[in-house]
Ligand binder design. Structure first.
Ligand code: COA
Length: 161
């Protein structure tokens, strides 16, 4: 069965935390779309194009990741357009949960056929966030354990600019 599932986020940049969710999602769904929100309100340091390129590079080996795309729309509208009825979200701690419930509820109001599936982050990566990694990088902390090597190189280069 072809089950299209969308994994959305800002991915500024993609970390091992996101990859943990993606790899595990490929064991459940055979057509995964990674949807990267432009999300200018978060003031991303990587452009949308750069985030798409980096995410493509580090998911190239995953056969069930069929598409990596950028979007500047409501997530529920994108899901409808892509004919997906499943949203994948990672939940790291209880602190993520409240926000996720609100997001899932609003998305369902807009597109009632859409269901959110929550995956608990693996314990070893559950403390990672993109801002935490960027802040560490800014103060020259060791961020290698948290990022695929292409992303690590891109972040170091970006911060030098
Ligand atoms: N492991 C580690 N870190 C994770 C993670 C995981 N499994 N999952 C999320 N994170 C981190 C991210 O790095 C990010 O960290 P940061 O805030 O420090 O950058 C944080 O958790 C939240 O990230 P993310 O999952 O990317 O969510 P987001 O809040 O950036 O984006 C969207 C959420 C894109 C789904 C949401 O903004 C959206 O749907 N936008 C479109 C407009 C819309 O439809 N809005 C809702 C209706 S009004």
């Amino acid at each position: 069965m072809n089950t299209i599932a969308i994994y959305p986020g800002t991915f500024d940049p993609i970390t091992y935390g996101h990859l943990d969710i993606i790899v595990r999602a490929t064991k459940m769904f055979n057509n995964i779309i990674i949807a990267i929100a432009n999300n200018t309100k978060k003031k991303p340091i990587f452009s949308l194009k750069e985030r798409i390129e980096l995410t493509r590079k580090v998911t190239l080996h995953l056969k069930y990741v069929r598409k990596v795309l950028g979007f500047n729309d409501l997530l529920a509208n994108l899901a409808k357009k892509e004919r997906s009825k499943i949203l994948i979200r990672g939940v790291r701690t209880i602190l993520d949960f409240d926000y996720e419930v609100k997001l899932a509820t609003i998305n369902k109001k807009i597109y009632p056929e859409l269901d959110s599936v929550f995956l608990l982050s693996s314990q070893e990566v559950s403390f990672i966030s993109s801002s935490f990694v960027k802040e560490m990088a800014l103060y020259k902390g060791n961020i290698k354990p948290y990022l695929p090597k292409e992303v690590h190189a891109a972040l170091i280069k970006k911060l030098r600019q």
